[in-house]
Design a protein around this ligand. Structure first.
Ligand SMILES: [Zn+2]
Ligand SMILES: [Zn+2]
Length: 153
């Protein structure tokens, strides 16, 4: 059986991505850079080796040096975040999984940089949550969902 290809695009469609094979690890990253770059509570990022990734319309990709040795790539037309990459990992990007149109079945999902999360977003699922990068100490206190009407008690 042929290996599947996952397809996606940026909002304007000028950049198309194809991932060969399945998404393995999926990180919900709550770091302040991902929050600002995405404009929301967290980014959904998957490490993908570059040999599994094809990008068309790459002339539209703009890269912002967010910190030393790390770039955040986005569409220069519509602003959609596409991936981030590090000089220290030249054969890997962290793809923004929200670009994908196809359904995915990641083998592992986790929250990372949970200590940096927005104070208006609660992590209340049963996934692993790490205070900083994956493998750091677990987030100690996941707020428990409270019954409606009981939040001020
Ligand atoms: Zn675009
Ligand atoms: Zn992040």
């Amino acid at each position: 059986m042929a290996e599947q290809t996952l397809r996606g695009s940026c909002l304007c469609g000028g950049i198309e991505v194809q991932v060969r094979g399945e998404i393995g690890q999926l990180d919900y990253c709550h770091c302040s850079q991902c929050r600002k770059a995405s404009g929301t509570a967290f980014a959904s990022n998957a490490p993908i080796t570059t040999d599994r990734l094809a990008i068309t319309g790459s002339h539209l990709v703009k890269e912002f040096a967010a910190s030393d040795g790390k770039w955040r790539a986005f569409c220069g037309t519509c602003g959609s975040p596409i991936y981030s990459r590090r000089a220290s990992r030249p054969n890997e990007v962290r793809l923004r999984v929200g670009l994908l149109d196809d359904a995915i079945a990641p083998s592992q999902r986790q929250h990372i940089w949970a200590d940096s999360r927005a104070n208006w977003h609660e992590i209340d699922d049963s996934l692993p949550a790490f205070s900083e990068d994956a493998g750091s100490s677990p987030l100690q206190q996941k707020p428990q969902p409270q019954p409606l009407g009981n939040r001020n008690s």
